[in-house]
Design a protein around this ligand. Structure first.
Ligand code: IPM
Ligand code: MN
Length: 348
């Protein structure tokens, strides 16, 4: 049997709980394909930093690089835990993984499943994907402060956009659009104000569009996109956007499709020069950690994306089908994290 060399980073809070359910489902799906899941668990996150002062040591990163793929839970300290500098774990662990492993496609699908309540009165059919750039934009940490602490303090945060970086993510988004029934791509940016980066994105979309004549494309400013996401989310098929706009719009997308408990994501290196990483969009939710209250569905759907990335589309579809059936059967009564995982695994 062939083996999947899987790295697992359960992380903090509800991370380990939801990851356990994702692994349960992944094990079952892999076994049905005759695949062996070989797991290596890595203890990383806010708790680990408190105990050791380590975020992501170089030798751990080097070890992660040798794996086929990474399953990530969630990281982050409890709000109000002042022992951890704000954003430290996010930047030095999660973003460091995305940047070091060149996860330039941050793929975030949004679907409103039957039986799931949307906060929108008349949501219609919602089924789109956001292809969020994952390695550039304002996330690169290119900034600084002058005259810190004085009334004349100046803070800058430069958004980095390279032709190479924009082109590869735009091409990926067009390819995904070309494989979907509606074949429609929307660039979301703010080129009326962010003129330099905006025009690079716009020009790149126009150029790459020539390679995909079957795909129609349009453009929305980010502010207008947030309106349509609420008033007419059915209009979206594939959205391509920069790192920060993608962060914001995918939280809104999760909200309109029934919440962050269902939102899955992949941090994908499409050039396959390093392992890709799959994670629920939600965070570590310390307030409900350890109580079996977290919904593992987002983690389970992330595991399906992981299988798809590795070329096991059939197994991925089976997990999705089991999730769709489970979600549809929910009646709002309490089910523990592991009960949901058990039910989805049993339906495979
Ligand atoms: C996400 C998160 C991260 C991001 C944070 C934790 C750095 O919000 O995955 O969407 O901004 O990308
Ligand atoms: Mn986010």
């Amino acid at each position: 049997a062939s083996t999947i060399d899987l790295a697992v980073i359960p992380g903090d809070g509800i991370g380990p709980e939801v990851t356990a359910e994702a692994l349960k489902v992944l094990e079952k799906a892999a076994a049905a394909e005759g695949l062996v899941l070989q797991q290596t668990h890595y203890v990383l996150g806010a708790q680990h930093w408190l105990e050791t002062g380590e975020t992501l040591p170089e030798d751990t990163l080097a070890d992660l690089r040798t794996r086929d793929v990474i399953l990530f839970g969630a990281i982050g300290a409890a709000p109000g835990d002042t022992r951890i500098p704000s954003g430290l774990i996010e930047r030095e662990l999660l973003l460091k993984l995305r940047f070091s492993l060149d996860h330039f496609v941050n793929l975030r699908p949004s679907r409103l499943y039957s039986g799931v309540g949307s906060p929108l009165a008349d949501p219609g059919e919602i089924d789109f994907i956001v292809v969020r750039e994952g390695t550039e934009g304002p996330y690169v940490g290119n900034g600084g402060v002058l005259r810190a602490g004085t009334p004349h303090e100046v803070a800058t945060e430069v958004s980095l956009n390279t032709a190479h970086g924009v082109e590869r993510v735009v091409r990926d988004a067009f390819r995904r659009a070309s494989e979907r029934p509606r074949k429609k791509l929307t660039l979301v940016h703010k080129h009326n104000v962010l003129v330099f980066a905006g025009h690079l994105w716009k020009r790149t979309v126009e150029a790459v569009a020539q390679e995909f004549p079957e795909v129609t494309h349009d453009y929305l400013h980010i502010d207008a996109a947030t309106i349509f996401m609420v008033t007419d989310p059915s209009r979206f098929d594939v959205i391509v956007t920069d790192n920060l706009f993608g962060d914001i719009i995918t939280d809104l997308a999760a909200a309109v499709t029934g919440g962050i408990g269902l939102a899955a994501s992949g941090n994908i290196n499409m050039e396959r020069t390093a392992p890709s990483m799959f994670e629920p969009v939600h965070g570590s939710a310390p307030d409900i950690a350890g109580q079996q209250k977290a919904d593992p569905t987002a983690a389970i759907l992330s595991a399906a994306m992981l299988l798809e990335h590795l070329g096991f589309a059939g197994a991925a579809r089976k997990i999705e089908t089991a999730v769709v059936a489970d979600v549809e059967s929910r009646d709002g009564g309490f089910r523990s994290t592991s009960a949901i995982g058990d039910a989805i695994a049993a339906a495979l």
